[in-house]
Design a protein around this ligand. Structure first.
Ligand code: APR
Length: 276
């Protein structure tokens, strides 16, 4: 288990209002690729402007729809890791003592929820929410399960594999009849959902501890949120094997993977399993 500075252990032990701010890195150990990893990052393999922007959507809805369906199927095939589970355990332990832990994530996967966390704000939307691109009506849609047929060579890793991706047009809206369904994802150039953002600001202004895990802290406005906690006098611990744009401002930087470090923090408030 990682060595935790005594003051950090004390801060975790006494914190009653905790916010966990997570990015793609918390899902890395579940097998979900991050964005900016030099080897496997999605933006190393695909271009966000070609796939994650409104212009891209209007230019080629079938390509954008299929790529997000592939990502949704891939997430379905992955499982929450000990990092997600530790956040759920910590949240339940605090709730038992009248405290609270809120999850504010940039991730569009559902692994926090499947790892047992309840209060989760998705700043960038979700792969499993859909709405009509014309009338905005929410819609249910099942992305299906990962399968070699639809997903080509499971997009082994090259942009040209996009051609292998089974291009399917998005379904039509059942409400207005003429709009196309789009993923409930915040695309490049779009505004973030205001209620999720407001909930995040309120939680960070009132917390006594924030945990920033698995984000490179380069994309706004999420990258500014840890400074809201610092400005409100909270301690902020960063969990990331790498140094990030935020590391120099963090109260503590724990250089390790979420799947190892988060359980060690949760054990301090919920010693369900005595530390080996
Ligand atoms: N545990 C903790 N952190 C990890 C792990 C791990 N096992 N593996 C990788 N990381 C860290 C990396 O060091 C990196 O700092 O996770 C971070 C991932 O950074 P990004 O790939 O940039 O992902 P993220 O910060 O979530 O991106 C923000 O950009 O493209 C948009 O909408 C997209 O929400 C995303 C946003």
């Amino acid at each position: 288990a990682p060595h935790l500075p005594a003051e950090l252990a004390e801060a975790v032990h006494s914190a009653r209002r905790v916010v966990v701010l997570s990015g793609a890195g918390i899902s890395a150990e579940s097998g979900v690729p991050t964005f900016r990893d030099a080897q496997t990052g999605l933006w190393e393999r695909f271009s966000p402007e070609q796939l994650a922007s409104e212009d891209a959507w209007w230019a080629d809805p079938a390509l954008v729809w299929s790529w997000y369906q592939w990502r949704a199927r891939m997430v379905r095939a992955c499982a929450p890791n000990p990092g997600h589970q530790a956040v759920g355990r910590w949240q339940r332990a605090l709730a038992r003592e009248g405290g609270s832990l809120q999850v504010v994530t940039q991730n569009v996967d559902d692994l926090h929820e499947r790892g047992g966390a309840e209060v989760v704000s998705h700043l960038h939307g979700s792969l499993f929410e859909y709405r009509c691109a014309e009338c905005g009506e929410p819609a249910e849609h099942d992305p299906g399960v990962a399968g070699a047929r639809e997903d080509g060579a499971a997009l082994a890793g090259h942009e040209d594999d996009l051609e292998q991706l089974m291009r399917v047009p998005p379904p039509r809206c059942g409400h207005c009849q003429d709009g196309l369904l789009r993923p409930g994802i915040v695309w490049f150039g779009e505004m973030l959902p205001s209620e999720a953002l407001e909930r995040a600001y309120t939680a960070l202004e009132q917390c006594d501890l924030a945990v920033v895990v698995g984000t490179s802290a380069v994309v706004q406005p999420a990258a500014s949120l840890p400074f809201v906690a610092l400005g409100a006098g909270a301690a902020v611990v960063e969990v990331n094997p790498e140094v990030t744009e935020f590391s120099s401002a963090a109260t503590w930087h724990l250089a390790g993977p979420a799947g190892t470090v988060l359980p060690a923090l949760a054990d301090l408030v919920d010693p369900a399993i005595p530390h080996p």
